[in-house]
Design a protein around this ligand. Structure first.
Ligand SMILES: Cc1cc2nc3c(=O)[nH]c(=O)nc-3n(C[C@H](O)[C@H](O)[C@H](O)COP(=O)(O)OP(=O)(O)OC[C@H]3O[C@@H](n4cnc5c(N)ncnc54)[C@H](O)[C@@H]3O)c2cc1C
Length: 426
């Protein structure tokens, strides 16, 4: 292909899209990075916002600012709502227009999925975007306010019962964070309730929590959660979620606050490529991350279904998205230089999951450990990977404050809905 000045469109300013844009810094091209938000979000620390320990601005950074020295990149704040791989255009909203490309790198990520029960979302918000985290924080804090005003014991207990559905890293991190807040940060602030009696229930449909971790670390995690006071129930498939809580077959658990951390669904943009997808809507990419029949279209991050040499799926984590973004960008450069593209190779940097306020588990293949050292490592890694010096400093200070005072800096209930009365219990 002979292209004088290539037009490269990148969809998504998350981990995959940003690393692709950075890897293309030195090439002579017109790059357009499109995102529907004006910020890059560090999703691994979303639950810190959800649990009132950090503010949204601590874990976000404006995309324009991050790419301000990338002179070949134009950033567009717009929602992509169409892709035509035959005409090589993407369509955006407001104002509606088509943007032509010579190369497309698609990295729009994923959303949580409700396994076909979209009606559950209203009662059990997930955690994927800043808005989700603010909503989780609002519901979490509001539950204590409602309990303080509750007319009877049943209503009070329902307000002091929190259910988290899904025993993967997000569910474990979220459920582990709630009891220490209720026990240490809130209990002196209320007069009619004892927040130390808060119940946190983690429901997992499968036989184990954290299935991607080895058994020995799963055991450490389970023990830590139980010590913190989380009621972990495996083999508990949720069959209904409504304003009164959840149902697991015949059993009903009363709760005013349910959070969803069970399952992911890839961005709907994948369907527009007209190539095969897996069950979660991820695009079955070729070895070099392009799509079958279109060497100029690459997919990176949570939207890509990539198989490792050993047959396992590359996990939907930030380092994988970063590495895929870089490989996709380098393959664009190789095509422009008339060189053969290279296959993607995933380098597993290890897995970490935090449990409660000072414990974590770490899996580096042969080296595995849990406890406070793992937590310190988690802390260090997450602060280092945050975008922006200001964010690193403020997060470090906030954490130190939370850790030593047991307090939460961001206990604001900010939403007009706060005045909506709780539905009466049946
Ligand atoms: C709560 C939570 C905790 C996590 N914890 C960890 C962790 O501890 N460690 C870890 O490694 N990973 C973690 N992950 C996973 C990790 O964050 C993802 O794997 C990673 O963000 C995927 O990167 P991505 O670039 O594919 O997508 P994203 O980072 O989601 O970025 C996608 C971008 O595309 C934009 N976009 C989407 N659709 C459109 C559209 N139609 N038009 C325009 N723009 C669009 C979005 O606004 C977003 O900016 C966590 C995820 C969550 C939700």
């Amino acid at each position: 292909m002979t292209i004088v000045r290539p037009r490269i469109v990148i969809v998504g300013g998350g981990f995959g899209g940003m690393s692709a844009a950075k890897a293309l810094k030195r090439i002579d091209a017109d790059i357009t990075l499109i995102d529907r938000t004006n910020y890059h979000l560090f999703q691994p620390m979303l639950y810190q916002v959800a649990t009132a320990s950090l503010a949204p601005s601590d874990i976000t950074a404006p995309i324009r600012y991050i790419l301000r020295n990338h002179k070949n990149v134009t950033v567009l704040l717009a929602e992509v709502n169409g892709i035509d791989v035959n005409r090589k255009v993407v369509s955006v909203d407001i104002p509606a227009r088509e943007i032509p490309y010579d190369f497309l790198i698609l990295a729009p990520g994923s959303r949580h999925s409700y396994f076909g029960h979209t009606e559950w979302e209203e009662f059990a918000p997930g955690l994927k975007a800043v808005e989700d985290a603010s909503e989780v924080r609002r519901r979490f804090l509001l539950a204590f306010e409602r309990a303080e005003k509750a007319a009877d014991l049943e209503d009070r207990e329902a307000n002091l019962t929190f259910i988290i559905v899904g025993g993967g890293p997000t569910g474990v991190e979220l459920s582990g964070a709630l009891p220490p807040i209720a026990r240490e940060a809130l209990y002196r602030d209320f007069r009619h309730i004892d927040t130390r009696k808060t119940r946190v229930i983690l429901l997992e449909g499968g036989p184990v929590i954290l299935p991607s971790f080895p058994q020995e670390l799963r055991d450490v995690a389970l023990k830590s959660l139980e010590e913190i006071g989380v009621d972990v129930r495996t083999n508990s498939v949720v069959t209904e979620v409504n304003e009164d809580g959840v149902r697991i077959g015949d059993e009903r658990i009363l709760s005013r606050t349910v959070f969803w951390a069970a399952g992911n669904e890839a961005s709907p943009l994948g369907k527009m490529l007209g190539v095969p997808l897996d069950r979660a809507g991820r695009v079955l990419v070729t070895d070099d991350l392009s799509i079958p029949g279109h060497e100029e279209v690459f997919v990176a991050g949570d939207l890509a279904h990539v198989i490792r040499k050993d047959g396992r799926l590359v996990p939907g984590v930030a380092p994988a998205a970063n590495q895929e973004g870089v490989t996709a960008a380098k393959n664009v450069i190789r095509i422009l230089r008339r060189q053969p593209t290279r296959p993607f190779r995933y380098f597993n940097k290890g897995d970490l999951a935090v449990i409660g306020r000072s414990r974590a588990i770490a899996d580096f293949g042969k080296v595995r450990f849990g406890g406070r050292i793992a937590w310190l490592l988690w802390l260090f890694v997450h602060i280092m990977y945050l975008v922006g010096f200001r964010n690193r400093v403020t997060v470090f200070i906030e954490w130190a404050y939370n850790y030593f005072t047991y307090q939460r800096g961001v206990r604001l209930i900010t939403n007009a809905e706060r005045r909506r009365p709780a539905a009466p219990l049946p």
